[in-house]
Each structure stands twice: as C-alpha cells, then as structure tokens.
Design a protein around this ligand. Structure first.
Ligand SMILES: [Zn+2]
Length: 374
C-alpha cells in the first residue's frame, strides 16, 4: 500500500466520525472537500468561500487531491464538531447561522461569506441599520426599492416609500416580528418574509436584496434588536431560554381546505402557516394579511386534534383527507389533498399540543382572540 492509499483509507475513517458527515458551514450532506487550514470538512459550494479567504485557503478535494499522512492526521485531530465549537463560541446568541436550505443552491457560495462574517462579527456593531431593500407591493405584487430603518433605540423597523419622506409607511414593533428566508415563495434567492402583528392581526411583508450578504445582515440585525427587547421584557431569562423566541422558520406551510364557523359553508382552499402556536391562513401565500388565525394550546387546556371529519359533516370540498382541531371555543375542520400531507400536519399539530405552555404563552392566548375571515 502506498502512502497515498493509506492516507485515503484513514481519511475515509475520519469522515465517519460524528459531525464530519455534513458541511461544517452550511450543513449539506456528504462534504466533498476538506480544509487543511482549519481541519473541517465542507461542501463544494462553501469551499469556494474558504479558497477566497487568505489564510484559510488550503482546501483539498476528498476524492481527487493527494493527501499527506500529516494532513489526514490534522483532520483527524480536529473535525467539524470540535472546530465549530471553537469558531462559533464567540458568535452572539442572536446570530443565525444560515444553512444550505435557506438559499438557492446557485447562490450558496455568496452566502457563505458567513465564515468571514463570523470572524468580523464580534467587532461590528449590529444594532441599527438604514438601507434600501426591494419590497413587494401589497396590491400589484411588484417589487420596488424602499428605504428601511431598524432602530434599536426605538425598538422599531420602519419603511418609507420615498427616500426623503418624513413619515414612514409603516412602523413595526421589533418584538412582534418573525422573519424567515423564503426563496421559493418570493421567487428570489435572497427572499425574506417578515411577519408581524398589527392590531392583533398578522401582517406579512416580502423583501429581498440582490446581495445575500446584505439580507443575512438585515436578518441578524432584527434578531439582535429582538434579543435586546426580550432581555428587557424577561430580565431573569437565560440566553438559552430566549433564543427559541428569536426569528425562526415556520413549522409548516401549505394548502388545506377549510370550512367556516357554522361548518355548513363550502370548503375553501387556503394557504396555511404554522408558526409555533399560531396557525394562520391566507387566500394566497403572498397575501399581506392573514384571513384568520387559530391559537393552539396544550391538550390539558382543551386543545385536541383528530384525524378525519366529524360524522355527518356536510362535505363540499374536493380534498378528502380530513383533520379536526378542537379548541375550548369551537372546532375547526380542514381537508388535505393527500394522506402524506394529512399525516405531516397531524404530527405538527400533535407536537405543538403536547408541548407545555410557558407563562408568556398564557398571556399571549388571552391577548390573542381567534379571528376568522372566511
Ligand atoms: Zn456547505
């Protein structure tokens, strides 16, 4: 066996270790490259970024490059879990690490400037931000350049329709925001959906920026501002307790049919979004306002979900896989297109209803009456 064959065999062994089976940066399965500068395994997309950073540039292909015994030894002593623990230790708690799922594949190399971001971040003040973003018009669906200002002092995100406007078009309280990357829904690789509450009703805005770096920085700024407010609101809470409240991806989105409160109305197809305990529905995935919203509490407080529709339901829809949700006030009837969708929604509803409610969630439940459009 030559030295190179021996090195290749050992390298295979190192790859089997926990953490090394997915890219250290973006989490994509089966990384194709190794960084001999850092001792981490990364995907081809992320390797481009490593190559572009001086000092981190020593990247090799696992399959095609010649590996020295000493390099394999280096990889073996380090590896993804150990090295990320070191490099990510300094990241602020609000910092969201983008994954390969957040962005379209083609744009991933640009996004993965996060390695640089990670290194610069602790030195940068991410508190407030002022800049232009493309925002989807509510009525015509056209994206237009709008000025956005995030102010940590006011705890608000504002946007203006004209550059020199004195009065903002909207003032969004930072503590009501959820934000998540939605490249497919928005039709842009850097698409970000911002969801917030106004007059107790969920509102959406859809934005993007041509630079993925810009959009990730806006996203992290919103998280930073929110964490600041959460710390004020819950002085005793630890970072670990607060982190799940920061902007997060929705648990599930998709179409179902629903009937109205009297359950004699026809079933209508609606777009549903499950954001932890809030099940919202929209006529169209890109609607600005939710047509309605259902709060999902713990089963001990009268919340239940069952498969199928109650016997005798006057069913007028086209989909046959029913789901019934009971709340203390009433029941909601839904139908899914396939049994796979039905099972998937069921497992999410069950997971939420099996999770104990926090004291804040009780308050939220009282504040947030269920509302229903159609
Ligand atoms: Zn990667």
């Amino acid at each position: 066996m030559t030295e190179n064959e021996r090195a290749a065999r050992t390298l295979k062994h190192v790859l089997q270790k926990p953490g090394n089976g997915s890219c250290a940066d973006c989490g994509a399965d089966n990384p194709e490259c190794g960084s001999c500068s850092l001792g981490v395994f990364i995907c081809l997309g992320c390797s481009g970024v490593h190559r572009s950073i001086p000092d981190l540039g020593k990247v090799k292909s696992l399959r095609l490059s010649h590996w020295e015994d000493s390099e394999v030894q280096f990889m073996s002593e380090r590896g993804n879990d150990a090295m990320n623990a070191v490099y990510e230790a300094a990241l602020p708690v609000y910092y969201y690490k983008p994954t390969h799922r957040d962005f379209n594949l083609a744009d991933r190399p640009a996004l993965q400037s996060q390695k640089i971001t990670q290194i610069c971040l602790t030195k940068t003040n991410l508190c407030s931000r002022d800049g232009m973003l493309m925002k989807r018009g509510r009525d015509n669906g056209q994206f237009l350049n709008r000025r956005f200002i995030l102010s940590l002092r006011d705890g608000t995100l504002k946007y203006y329709t004209k550059l020199d406007a004195k009065v903002p078009k909207a003032v969004i309280k930072v503590d009501t925001i959820n934000a998540c990357f939605q490249p497919d829904k928005i039709g842009n690789p850097n698409g970000l959906q911002i969801t917030y509450l106004r007059d107790n009703i969920t509102r959406n805005i859809f934005i993007y920026h041509d630079s993925s770096r810009e959009i990730v920085e806006w996203f992290n700024c919103i998280r930073a501002a929110q964490l600041h407010y959460l710390k004020v609101a819950f002085p005793g809470a630890t970072d670990a307790e607060l982190k799940p409240k920061l902007p997060r991806s929705f648990l599930k989105e998709g179409y179902m049919e629903k009937t109205g409160p009297r359950q004699t109305e026809g079933f209508k197809k609606r777009w549903f979004t499950l954001d932890h305990r809030r099940l919202m529905y929209f006529r169209d995935p890109l609607d600005a306002f939710a047509k309605g919203e259902v709060f999902l509490g713990h089963r001990d407080h009268g919340y239940h979900v069952t498969i199928g529709l109650p016997a005798g339901t006057h069913y007028s829809g086209t989909w046959q896989y029913g789901i019934t949700i009971e709340t203390p006030d009433r029941s909601f009837l839904f139908t899914c297109e396939t049994d796979t969708e039905q099972k998937d929604w069921m497992s999410h509803f069950n997971a939420v209803m099996n999770t104990r409610m926090s004291p804040q969630e009780y308050t939220e439940k009282i504040l947030k009456h269920e509302h229903e459009g159609d």
